[in-house]
Design a protein around this ligand. Structure first.
Ligand SMILES: Nc1ncnc2c1ncn2[C@@H]1O[C@H](COP(=O)(O)OP(=O)(O)O)[C@@H](O)[C@H]1O
Ligand SMILES: CC(=O)OP(=O)(O)O
Ligand SMILES: [Mg+2]
Length: 400
């Protein structure tokens, strides 16, 4: 059964076409559309056994990106299927499932409505995720679709970690609480990382750092999410591409009053004009920030130091919350590629048993690897996340 997986992130679309009934689920093609909404977008399409195909053009939104992906998949030269009819099911990543979706499910009108009802609190993601579902409905009518939610893995977070110290009425009325995101990725890399480090996943203290354009850190205690840095929405926690992360809420109401900004404008400012983009006025893409950093741009230096520094703060916090840590995992676009980030976060953590191996870190990308010295009490690993495989598996199980 051929399954198409679409993972619409805030700045990217990752996709895979997987034959789930082949001997051991066989990937036919994978690829990524990046820099959506920036001046120049990219598509990199990697068909297995054929030459890769690249495209560079402005990609203003996710619908345009999805159209380019479907064209690439059926192209006579670099395509992997003759026609879209070969696709028997489509799995989608959806960022916010709120309290509605503890598990993956088949798309119905009600599911679409609930995803839509969460637009306000996941403005960079849920609209793109629903756009994916609706685009597929148009080109592949009648093909079953499954949604897999970032929030599902975090359902195990205890109230002591998910409640905000706001009046209880807002939780009762509106379910205002921490939900957490990137759950599919945190779940996958924690398990694979534990295996690589020779740990029992169900009896370990693991800190997973998913650092991409969106970024979050999760404390995984005995196989379950125990705490995570994103909150009610994917805005909280770390410094991100365009999101501010943790900030004193009164600083925001103060700016709103001074500037006469509406709540919607404030939300927009914190989600789309903050983070490393807001700090530098340069770019939301860490590769651009790295370049400016190397050239000595003081704003890029501050932004990167703040970003990395805050990851380290969460590592410390979560180690304290779990009473220690056995394994620290890095993943996501930055986590899988940036030697500097991983080294910076792990430096100075010798006091808690982290013995980082800079030689192992050097050049580590693409292939899962331990980055700690053999005698390090706390293991460190880079694990390439595979949200798509998790999504394909859930999709197959629901559709077959
Ligand atoms: N070689 C690299 N070095 C540093 N950062 C990188 C590298 N390759 C990709 N990235 C960064 O990864 C981020 C995108 O990560 P990704 O996980 O794909 O994001 P999202 O899913 O949130 O859209 C971008 O900021 C990009 O600059
Ligand atoms: C929830 C979230 O931030 O996702 P992404 O990293 O894909 O933007
Ligand atoms: Mg992502």
């Amino acid at each position: 059964m051929v399954i198409l997986v679409l993972n619409c992130g805030s700045s990217s679309i990752k996709y895979q076409v997987i034959d789930m009934e082949a001997a051991s689920s066989k990937v036919l093609a994978k690829g990524i559309v990046e820099r959506i909404g920036l001046a120049e977008g990219d598509l990199v399409h990697k068909p297995v056994g054929k030459e890769r195909f690249e495209l560079r053009q402005p990609i203003p939104d996710h619908t345009t990106g999805i159209r380019l992906v479907l064209d690439a998949l059926t192209d006579p030269a670099h395509g992997v299927i003759r026609s879209l009819d070969e696709v028997k099911a489509v799995g989608h990543r959806v960022a916010h499932g709120g309290e509605f979706f503890p598990e993956s499910c088949l798309v119905t009108e009600e599911v679409k409505e609930k995803i839509r009802s969460l637009f306000e609190i996941a403005p960079l993601h849920n609209p793109a995720n629903l756009e994916g579902v609706l685009s597929i409905e148009k080109v592949l009518p009648g093909v079953p679709q499954v949604t897999v939610f970032d929030t599902s893995f975090h359902q195990t977070i205890p109230a002591v970690n998910y409640m905000y110290a706001l009046p209880h009425a807002y939780y009762d009325k509106y379910r205002v609480r921490k939900y957490g995101f990137h759950g599919t990725s945190h779940r996958y890399v924690a398990r694979v990382g534990a295996e690589l480090a020779g740990l029992d996943f169900l009896r370990s203290k693991i800190i997973t750092c998913h650092i991409g354009n969106g970024a979050s850190v999760t404390a995984v205690l005995d196989g379950k999410s125990f705490d995570t840095s994103m909150g009610f929405s994917p805005l909280d926690g770390l410094v991100m591409g365009t999101r501010c992360g943790q900030v004193d809420a009164s600083a925001v109401t103060y700016i709103g009053e001074k500037e006469g900004m509406s709540y919607a404008e404030l939300n927009d400012m914190m989600n789309k004009r903050s983070g490393v983009l807001g700090l530098t006025d340069l770019s939301s893409d860490m590769r651009d920030i790295d370049r400016a950093y190397d050239e000595g741009d003081p704003r890029a230096i501050l932004a990167r130091d703040m970003h990395y520094g805050r990851i380290k703060k969460f590592v410390g916090q979560y180690a304290a919350e779990m009473g220690g840590v056995d394994l620290i995992v890095f993943t996501g676009g930055v986590g899988e590629n940036s030697e500097e980030m991983r080294e910076s976060v792990c430096s100075g953590l010798e006091f808690m048993g982290v013995k980082f191996d800079p030689a192992a870190n050097k050049g580590a990308r693409g292939v899962d690897k331990l980055l700690s010295a053999p005698d390090s009490r706390v293991k460190v690993a880079m694990i390439a996340t595979d949200e798509e495989l998790m999504i394909a598996t859930d999709t197959y199980n629901l559709v077959k």
